[in-house]
Design a protein around this ligand. Structure first.
Ligand SMILES: [Zn+2]
Length: 144
């Protein structure tokens, strides 16, 4: 059965492991483990991916960051950062937030109408857009 493409089950890129065990031609128990790890990572957000890779890296010990980078395709520095965040008990990483507060692009300020948009013949100075239409229209403009 084909996977349903929707909000919940979308086609996601699952990283292919490039470790020597997976690149080898023979059967290796790590192949299935690495495939499942990458499948799981593909369903997580960027923080969770980093933290899981960091945790797996810690299990490996020395050389873990490089190995996990090879398996998951994540940058070594990203995994290192994940380990630092785990060491700090994820302080500064509030739950239910992908981006930290204040991160990302600044909101675009709404442009105000230039003063030229005001009716030149009126002395009210109100914007044309906010003027309530009078029964006779703009008194000054219809006087011509
Ligand atoms: Zn592998």
């Amino acid at each position: 059965m084909r996977p349903r493409i929707g909000k919940e089950v979308a086609a996601v890129d699952v990283c292919r492991c490039r470790c020597p065990d997976c690149l080898g031609s023979g059967e290796h128990p790590n192949k299935e483990i690495h495939r499942r790890l990458n499948l799981l990572l593909s369903r997580l957000d960027e923080h969770q991916r980093r933290w899981l890779a960091a945790l797996e890296s810690q299990k490996v010990g020395r050389g873990g960051d490089r190995l996990l980078s090879c398996i998951t395709g994540l940058n070594v520095e990203t995994i290192r950062r994940g380990r630092r965040e785990l060491d700090a008990s994820l302080a500064g990483c509030p739950p239910n937030r992908v981006r930290r507060p204040g991160a990302g692009r600044k909101p675009v300020k709404k442009k105000t109408l230039p003063s030229s948009r005001h009716c030149g013949s009126c002395s009210t100075g109100r914007s044309l857009a906010t003027r309530r239409p009078a029964a006779s229209g703009c008194a000054a403009a219809s006087a011509d």
